[in-house]
Design a binder for this molecule. Structure first.
Ligand code: FES
Length: 282
């Protein structure tokens, strides 16, 4: 039987130790981070290191030379019996060393099993965190353009389109909003949303309810928004209900008002969460 070199054995042991450590790290990482890159990287490292360790270990004991010989009489000589006894003894020594291999494999499988059980938690619906329900919009917050300038309701031409943000929160993408002015009599909003428009001006979240891309295009001849990612189309006139593409939920509408200086303001936050669906919002 072949004996692996010291270097091969050391590499195999190091690989198996790395596999066990990576599997344990995976258990902890699941609870500490939601980064799929970290979780996937640790899982890949654990599996790769285990595979490398087993391969090195196995190759170390394999016979590498080709042995040829004359067919000999079937009866074994005394020398052959002695050689067999020595081989069996060598095997017994090797089995002792294999305890480490078996132990390392058990530790690896155990850690990977615990990580797998942790992952089952992901199948349980979570209560969405507050951040999904709230944006910086609230009563009295002015609508401003990217340069920070507020917008007077009377200065917005019919059929115009603008991207607006809550004043003081231009860098907060959850508040990004599309603002459109149409002829007032064209609007056909749901009854509870009629008072959210001002003089034909309506505002809807800019984040697509399909997968979160910016709803960046407005076609004023048809009064529709379209999302460039997967071509969802939303009807601006009736509450941004989806009329094409994969989105199933309307873009949330921002209730609008006008302050004493004539500038457009929000009268509250969006009434439904912005962005793609999640566990309790389809
Ligand atoms: S993200 Fe808008 S259609 Fe998919």
């Amino acid at each position: 039987m072949n004996e692996p070199s010291r270097a091969t054995r050391a590499l195999a042991i190091i690989s198996l130790i790395v596999a066990v450590l990576a599997a344990f790290a995976l258990c902890f990482a699941y609870w500490l981070t939601s980064s799929t890159q970290v979780l996937g990287g640790l899982l890949a490292l654990a599996l790769f290191a285990a595979g490398a360790g087993l391969t090195l270990w196995g190759r170390g004991y394999m016979q590498h030379e080709i042995v040829e010989g004359e067919r000999e009489p079937l009866a074994s000589s005394e020398e052959e019996w002695n050689e067999l006894a020595r081989d069996i003894q060598t095997g017994a020594d090797t089995i002792g060393r294999r305890r480490f291999l078996v132990g390392a494999l058990c530790a690896f499988a155990g850690a990977l099993g615990i990580a797998g059980i942790s992952f089952l938690r992901s199948l349980v619906p979570h209560v969405p965190t507050k951040v999904l329900w709230h944006t910086p919009w609230k009563h009295g917050v002015r609508l401003v353009k990217l340069d920070g300038s507020p917008i007077k309701a009377d200065e917005l031409p019919v059929d115009s389109f603008a991207v607006v943000f809550p004043e003081g929160h231009i860098d907060n993408l959850s508040g990004a909003t599309n603002l459109v002015r149409v002829k007032e009599d064209l609007l056909d909003l749901p009854p509870e949303q009629k008072s959210w428009a001002v003089k034909g001006i309506v505002a809807y979240s800019r984040i697509c309810t399909h997968a979160g891309c910016p709803v960046a295009q407005y076609e004023d001849s048809k009064h529709v928004f379209s999302c460039p990612c997967h071509q969802s189309v939303f009807n601006v006139l009736n509450g941004a209900v989806p009329i094409g593409g994969p989105a199933t939920r309307p873009l949330p509408q921002l209730p609008l008002g006008v302050d004493s200086a004539g500038y457009l303001i929000a009268t509250s936050d969006f009434k439904s969460p912005v962005g793609p669906g999640f566990w309790s919002i389809k």
